[in-house]
Design a protein around this ligand. Structure first.
Ligand code: FAS
Ligand code: PHB
Length: 399
């Protein structure tokens, strides 16, 4: 990477966004000798502190291991064989390992982000935090660039051979694909999640996804001392309008406190937030020398635990494609990237929609009968259980 007297930068790959997609991409490229510059609108602390995903698929764990990024995950992560599906008076365990030979890991996105930042910092990766006015230029030429104002307000330009938009659902990269070229699909669900972090040991060994007439609830976790739980709430709910007592009472009702002797243990709530539920896909995930990865190209409702894993899968495909393009002048993988990535994007989009519509009540009595019938089928039929397990525990990268 070079810097001119005016402060302009030249590198091989300009990455917008220092979330998991952007930081993992810079790591995988560097491991193959391809340098990059990352620009990020937030501070390092803000990005690392965002409470988001909690479940890693086997493919994600395998990729992090192969990239030398899984030492702490191996020590502090928790491998789970499956999940519980529940509805009033019934709770059934789906064992993914028995059904598909694949497990999942509980290891928060905040931890993945910390591991990525530690690795990139140790490697001397250049990340410009707290930038503003990020803009993309000439992405359909062989000299694309990204301009921004750095944290001191100085105008900067990064000229590269490739620009990768890893800037999530509100970044500028999506719109850099021209209107006449891009297609978008979007679905907004009629409910949201109220999520809490609580300083209390989990009341379950593995995740519980619960259907209930009052609304969906989930018991997840972050460690043996920190629980993560969610409640279906109406769109527009203000997290602060729910008292801690009301949250724990609703969770106890929906998760079956007292059912077959099971108890939900409440504790101090340390974080509350409301997450809207949305599906979004934008194609193509490449235009000229611009590539999109992660939430910049797609959003899924979190019911299928796919968001972070899909971002990792995109990067697992894109990194070798860019290495071939830039180091071997071989464009085959880069030319195939969008179509290959979108196969998995649509599979995960469907699965996330299916889990969401199966588990969240809409108030429609007909829907409720269909939901209960699906739950009975998935927990009693090997074919139904295997279908859910195959999608939840993750399909091989490149599926
Ligand atoms: P990210 O959004 O993580 O990163 C994009 C980065 O680009 C951000 O740091 C942003 O600041 C930066 N950026 C944006 N605009 C920019 C600009 N103009 N210039 C420079 N930088 C810019 N997934 C799950 O699997 N389970 C969950 O429970 C779950 N919960 C979630 C809760 C919330 C509130 C949100 C928003 C998402 C949640 N997700 C969940 C999905 C989430 O984990 C994403 O899939 C994951 O963060 C995707 O990673 P990235 O693609 O890197 O995008
Ligand atoms: C989480 O632990 O945050 C989590 C787990 C599974 C999901 C969504 C969120 O489907």
């Amino acid at each position: 990477m070079t810097t001119s007297a005016t402060g302009d930068l030249r590198t091989r790959v300009a990455i917008i966004g220092a979330g998991p997609a952007g930081m993992l991409l810079s790591h995988l490229l560097a491991s193959e000798g391809v340098e990059s510059v990352v620009v990020e609108s937030r501070s390092q602390e803000y990005v690392a502190g965002r409470i988001r995903a909690g479940i890693l698929e086997q493919s994600t764990v395998d990729l992090l291991r192969s990239a030398g990024l899984a030492d702490r995950l191996a020590r502090e992560g928790h491998e789970h064989r499956g999940i519980y599906l529940q509805w009033p008076h019934e709770r059934h365990h789906l064992d993914f390992v028995d059904l598909t030979g694949r497990s999942v890991w509980v290891y928060g996105q905040t931890e993945v982000q910390k591991d990525l930042v530690a690795a990139r910092t140790a490697a001397g990766q250049q990340v410009h935090y707290e930038v503003s006015d990020t803009a993309l230029h000439d992405v359909d030429t062989d000299h694309p660039s990204v301009t921004f104002a750095d944290s001191d307000g100085r105008p900067r330009r990064v000229t590269a051979e490739v620009v990768v938009g890893c800037d999530g659902s509100f970044g500028p990269s999506r719109a850099a694909v021209p209107d006449g070229v891009r297609s978008t699909w979007e679905k907004t669900y009629p409910y949201s999640w109220l999520g809490i972090l609580a300083d209390v040991p989990p009341s379950t060994d593995e995740l519980i996804y619960a259907w209930h007439p009052d609304g969906f609830a989930m018991h997840s976790m972050r460690s043996s001392t920190v629980s993560r739980l969610y409640l279906q709430v109406p769109n527009g709910t203000d997290a602060q309008s729910w008292s801690d007592d009301r949250i724990w009472e609703s969770l106890a009702t929906r998760l079956g406190h007292g059912q077959d002797g099971w108890q939900l243990t409440p504790g101090p709530i340390t974080e509350k937030s409301v997450l809207p539920m949305r599906s979004y896909v934008q194609t193509p995930m490449r235009h000229g020398r611009l590539f999109l990865a992660g939430d910049a190209a797609h959003i899924v409702p979190p019911t299928g635990a796919k968001g972070l894993n899909l971002a990792v899968a995109d990067v697992g495909l894109l990194a070798p494609a860019l290495v071939d393009l830039l180091s071997k002048d071989d464009a085959r993988l880069a030319d195939a990237y969008s179509a290959t990535a979108l196969r998995r994007v649509w599979r995960c989009t469907h699965f996330s929609w299916w889990m969401t519509t199966m588990l969240h009540t809409s108030g429609d009595p007909f829907d409720e009968q269909l939901q209960l019938s699906q739950l009975r089928w998935v927990t009693s039929s090997a074919a139904g259980a295997t279908g859910l397990a195959e999608n939840y525990a993750g399909l091989p990268i490149g599926f």
